[in-house]
Design a protein around this ligand. Structure first.
Ligand code: FAD
Length: 116
């Protein structure tokens, strides 16, 4: 078991990065300004050159080329990110996540209040 003070391996880095990306997408505006759209595009386009897991970065670059990020609204960004994460899940043999549950997972929490 890796200890909390150890540098992240690619799994821990992946979990932290998905947490950041999905949470940021969950709070992205319904109607983003041109500046907010541009910054989100810059953030996503920067990952393939900066993300410190080389093969993950290369893979993401190819995905972004074939399915460019959709930053026109909170719903569009959330759906694009969920689909992109599901493509990575498929590559790694992980289960497909139900994209209808993105808000519950990353913003609202379950209806039973267990995360409140
Ligand atoms: P993660 O996949 O990290 O997911 C964290 C949580 O997100 C899950 O527990 C679930 O609650 C939720 N979730 C799962 N799927 C979705 C979805 N579609 N939408 C919304 N929420 C969801 N690893 C590699 O080995 N090879 C790669 O090429 C690779 N590429 C990556 C590219 C990127 C951009 C990132 C951020 C990570 C990449 N990783 C890659 C890491 C990998 O995706 C996982 O993060 C890592 O294997 C840990 O997996 P996990 O099972 O803990 O859950």
């Amino acid at each position: 078991l890796r200890r909390a003070h150890c540098p992240p391996d690619s799994e821990a880095l992946g979990r932290a990065t998905w947490t950041f990306l999905h949470t940021t997408a969950a709070y992205y505006p319904e109607r983003p300004s041109p500046t907010q759209r541009a910054h989100m595009l810059q953030l996503l386009h920067a990952l393939p050159t900066l993300y410190p897991c080389g093969h993950c970065a290369d893979d993401l670059g190819e995905r972004i080329r074939s399915h460019p990020p959709e930053v026109g609204s909170r719903a569009a960004l959330g759906a694009w990110l969920c689909a992109t994460h599901n493509e990575v899940n498929a590559l790694l043999g992980k289960p497909t996540f139900d994209c209808a549950r993105v808000d519950e997972r990353w913003k609202d929490g379950p209806k039973d209040g267990s995360c409140d």
